[in-house]
Design a protein. Sequence first.
Length: 134
Amino acid sequence: MHFIRTDAKVISSSIDHSSGGGHGPERNYGARIRYTYNINGHDYKSDVYELDEETADFYSRKEAENFIAGYVSGKTVDAWYNPDKPSQAVLYNPKPTDDTNSLPYTLQLIVLCSLLIVRCCVNVTKQDENVSQL
């Protein structure tokens, strides 16, 4: 799904607590961030953190408190909205697609790593030649 970045303004932030009930460690503290954003002259409100997750979940209240400290009321933050349905927005987009394509960057990283490996191999070979000449 293609989401586009926009500015959003934090309305409020809070921490929800739920009791576990499942097996193993549970993330019992949810940081809920309410925000507003404007698309093409229309104001929207949301409290969705990421797709399929309304809150950012944490194991401890302290972790949740530290998280929401970055989302104080009135602060402008990045949000991502669905251009086909502008009322759908998230604060966390694991795959930003705001007119950027990560493929060229991935290819550059692969080429750079390959060059570094080749250089290291050449240096090791030269060192082996120097040692064998002694």
